[in-house]
Design a protein around this ligand. Structure first.
Ligand code: SAM
Length: 328
């Protein structure tokens, strides 16, 4: 089936072919502007133009995984570890609710010792009348089910890269396991978010095309493309940042393929370039995540480097109005 929105012309078919994705992924100049215009038109036509705000709380920086790109990996002995208790999470949540934000996003390293805290926090957060999005890593099917039954709506589990060999090499565990978890998340009743990192060593343009094809197969409710950011005290610390243009093109292609999806303009875009999140919104994104983690914890959650860009409400509002959009 070809896209029907006139402004989109025949930029991409559904499902998209490898050749189409590769052409769009690498486009520049006027062709790239046409891609971004088509992505914005798709977002508008799908009624997904208003920007969704999420409030994130980084509840624990303990992690079992060994991802070469991530500072939360247990081998990073420089990191001072913390795990928030339920009352702390609730107090921060109240601040999110007070700002009128309706999605509370709990993120952490893969930390089984947080599970009981999360089980207890979910119904109490839910009682404040907000939705709950989780990004806590790979769990058992039963644990996902318990999150859902407790009141969590949705879960982000990025596949990071579709290349099983690259995934195994960089993450140190099988991609198949991650994809099985993604299936469980859906099966137990939660909405699924997924996505890739752009700029991993050994990744090729073909890998990025395959990433988009994998996302197409998974049909996620949310999808993201994030640039790689080198992180101190990790094996990939001396690599360059991921490519901004490739990331923006990937966001725009995702918008064409998933017109209704929530697609974030991630904080890493702003880390790469001032105004990067604005470019993300102009490429078709429609989510900004505001960081509500208190500074003393936040400084210890040093993903995307110690000098990561911390998204404030003021920055989000200015970015949204700069894009000529409204808050949802
Ligand atoms: N532990 C959870 C998991 O396994 O999904 C979630 C927490 S993890 C910190 C959240 C996301 O951060 C990962 O899915 C990964 O894509 C991203 N991330 C971590 N370090 C990164 C880096 N240096 N560059 C780009 N993305 C990174």
């Amino acid at each position: 089936m070809m896209q029907t929105c006139p402004e989109m012309g025949a930029l991409v078919s559904h499902p998209a072919s490898k050749a189409e994705i590769l052409r769009l992924l690498t486009c520049a100049g006027e062709a790239q502007q046409a891609l971004f215009r088509a992505a914005r038109a798709a977002r508008l036509a799908a009624g997904a133009d208003a920007v969704k705000l999420r409030g994130v709380i980084e509840i624990s920086n303990y992690c079992q995984k060994h991802c070469d790109y991530c500072a939360l990996r247990p081998q990073n002995k420089e990191m001072v570890r913390y795990r928030m208790d339920v009352d702390t999470i609730l107090a921060i949540t109240e601040g999110i609710v007070a700002e009128g934000i309706t999605t509370v996003f709990l993120q952490s390293g893969q930390d089984p010792k947080s599970d009981d805290i999360v089980f207890e926090a979910i119904p109490r957060i839910r009682a404040l009348g907000v939705n709950i999005l989780l990004n806590l890593g790979e769990k058992s099917r039963e644990t996902y089910s318990r999150y859902f039954v407790a009141g969590a709506d949705s879960y982000i589990l990025k596949f990071e890269t579709s290349d099983p060999d690259l995934y195994q090499k960089i993450v140190g565990s099988p991609l198949a396991k991650r994809l099985e978890c993604a299936r469980w998340i859906r099966e137990v009743g939660m909405k699924l978010g997924t996505g890739n990192i752009i700029g991993l060593p050994g990744q090729t343009l073909d890998t990025l095309v395959e990433d988009i094809l994998l996302a197409q197969e998974m049909q996620p409710d949310f999808v993201s493309s994030s640039p790689f950011i080198p992180n101190e005290n990790t094996p990939l610390e001396s690599l360059g940042m991921g490519d901004l243009q490739l990331t923006l093109n990937s966001i725009a292609i995702c918008r064409l393929l998933f017109p209704n999806a929530l697609i974030p303009a991630v904080s890493a875009l702003e880390k790469i370039r001032k105004g990067g999140q604005l470019l993300g919104l102009k490429a078709g994104a429609n989510v900004l995540t505001i960081n509500f983690t208190p500074k003393d914890f936040r400084d210890k959650y040093a993903i995307y480097s110690k000098e990561r860009f911390v998204v404030s409400l003021d920055h989000a509002r200015a970015t949204i109005s700069g894009a000529g959009l409204q808050v949802r």
